[in-house]
Ligand binder design. Structure first.
Ligand SMILES: C[S@@+](CC[C@H](N)C(=O)[O-])C[C@H]1O[C@@H](n2cnc3c(N)ncnc32)[C@H](O)[C@@H]1O
Length: 122
């Protein structure tokens, strides 16, 4: 690659930075915009939101719940508000996991489902 750049510099009199920009522009004009969007999103995510990479990932929601309770402390006095309790599966989990009797729990639901279709993530 270095040798190629030297040849290009000699032949066309380009500065290396200009050449790289030129090549990138050429690539950009030939790529599908959806690919460019993904590259841009990746760059922004990596540079502007690098802290997101530190966020733990969980294979199952039970692991997330367990980790939450551990992190907060099961006997900590909390105010718990759940938006979307449905039949109360997660609500019941947190009700039994957080044991401080002074904690408060509120469960809310529109019972109209989600406003749009959703499924398993990518
Ligand atoms: C997947 S269910 C929740 C399941 C529950 N958290 C559990 O783990 O057992 C989603 C619920 O959120 C409710 N919901 C969706 N959008 C809502 C909103 N804007 N306000 C209140 N509830 C909402 C739906 O009606 C539905 O009952």
């Amino acid at each position: 690659m270095g040798r190629l750049l030297e040849i290009y510099d000699r032949t066309f009199g380009y500065h290396r930075q200009d050449y790289i920009k030129h090549v990138l522009k050429l690539c950009a004009t030939r790529l599908d915009p959806s690919i460019l969007r993904r590259i841009l999103a990746f760059a922004v995510l990596n540079n502007e939101f690098a802290v997101l990479k530190e966020i733990p990932k969980f294979g199952h929601r039970d692991e997330l719940y367990y980790s939450l309770v551990n992190r907060i402390g099961s006997n900590t006095r909390i105010k718990f508000v759940e938006f979307g309790v449905y039949t109360g599966v997660s609500m019941r989990y947190f009700l039994s996991a957080f044991t401080n009797i002074d904690s408060q729990f509120y469960g809310l639901d529109s019972f109209q489902g989600f406003p749009e279709a959703w499924g398993v993530g990518p």
